[in-house]
Design a protein. Structure first.
Length: 394
């Protein structure tokens, strides 16, 4: 299978759908779901959220030309903003010609936080918990029999004593971290459940009172990375040399590293791609956003999630960010569109999905920086925006 589909964008939407079905082997049910807007239906919507009164539609497009670790991917993207899909596909084409993206992802470790207050001596209580680490892991895993059968479960326990936010007069915060391997699930429900289940034992062990028992969306044990290398001459466009465009990219990154006002927009461009795939595949895109932006300021200053440099005539890009994604559970169980999107993407594990997400983010970032370093972001974006607006005019 190849993700290089020349002139796909020139086809009418009906022919695009038929061509997608032919190339990717979609069933009649899959095609019907896409043709109907991949609607969840009122019954499924009522199961998904409270007080449901209807269904909100979103266009789904195909990002093309993506190669990650030597494999082609056709990327479903649900997004309302013009130019996102086109920019991603162009970036994918350019990087594809240079060998594609290289990407990997950490094991799917999520953090469950348990807050304990009212300990007379939080430091001593933390030592008791660390001494009981093996028992905590055993008791917690007893609550996760199904996850254990799939090869997951609690891997470790960490204990943190944090300074009181009120200052020296306040009570230090005692927080237990449960590190849970959630396999191919995003894992929030699993982590929340085990945090709540182990809380009484932690309270008894410390003599304190448990308050928060909740997953952390700063999934920094579950990072994904992607990188690419593009010969500088391949950047040439719009009458500008590759060297000139490369310099524009580097200057944009310099500003993002120095200025959070630019870094926020830099990272928004990355999330344009990641969020679009997250929405299409039924991920918790709000959790992904929260984790990404928290990770961007992990050293106390908000910084770009990607970096670019020029070395030996090659533009080199890299990205690293937390990506808590899943191929099972959540919306994928009830949303037909999410199931079809995962089928289109063809991933077989959450780690592979995270590697693809990271590559999508870097590709989207490259597309934006390339435009900023040449004709400006408005030319292509506004041309597509005008097309969208004109097509909706009476």
């Amino acid at each position: 299978m190849t993700s290089r589909w020349p002139d796909f964008h020139r086809l009418p939407i009906g022919k695009r759908l038929r061509e997608t079905a032919r190339r990717l082997g979609l069933s009649a049910t899959d095609v019907a779901a896409l043709r109907a807007g991949a609607a969840v239906g009122s019954a499924a919507a009522d199961r998904m959220i409270e007080n449901a009164i209807g269904i909100f539609g979103m266009p789904i497009g195909l990002g093309l030309n993506l190669v990650v670790n030597g494999r082609d991917y056709v990327v479903p993207m649900a997004v309302e903003e013009p130019s996102v899909v086109a920019a991603f596909s162009l970036a994918g084409k350019i990087v594809r010609g240079a060998g594609g993206f290289t990407a990997d992802a950490d094991p799917p470790l999520m953090i469950g936080q348990v807050q304990i207050a009212g300990c007379r001596d939080p430091a001593a209580a933390s030592q008791r918990l660390l001494a009981a680490k093996a028992e905590i892991v055993t008791r917690a895993n007893a609550l996760l029999r199904r996850m254990r059968r799939r090869g997951g479960g609690v891997r470790d326990v960490e204990v943190r004593v944090l300074p009181a936010p009120e200052g020296p007069s306040g009570e230090p915060l005692l927080v237990v971290h449960l590190l849970v391997d959630t396999r191919d699930a995003m894992g929030a429900n699993v982590v929340n459940g085990v945090a709540e289940g182990i809380a009484p034992f932690l309270a008894r062990s410390t003599g304190g009172k448990v308050y928060l028992r909740i997953v952390s969306n700063l999934a920094d044990r579950r990072l994904a990375r992607a990188s690419c290398r593009i010969p500088v001459p391949a950047l040439a466009d719009a009458g500008m040399s590759g060297d000139d465009i490369a310099e524009g990219v580097i200057q944009a990154v310099r500003l993002a590293n120095a200025d959070p006002y630019r870094a926020a927009t830099h990272n928004k461009g990355i999330m344009n791609g990641i969020d679009a795939v997250a929405v299409a595949t039924g991920q918790d895109w709000r959790a992904i956003e929260a984790g990404a932006h928290a990770f961007a300021c992990r050293d106390g200053r908000y910084r770009p999630l990607s970096q670019w440099s020029v070395e030996d005539g090659t533009l080199r890009g890299s990205i690293e960010l937390p990506l808590a994604v899943g191929t099972v559970g959540g919306a994928t169980r009830v949303h037909p569109g999410a199931r079809v999107a995962l089928k289109l993407l063809g991933v077989t594990s959450a780690r592979e999905l995270a590697a693809v997400f990271a590559s999508v983010g870097l590709a989207q970032n490259f597309a934006a920086l390339r435009a900023l370093g040449s004709v400006g972001i408005q030319k292509g974006h506004m041309a597509l925006h005008a097309r969208s607006a004109s097509s909706s005019s009476p």
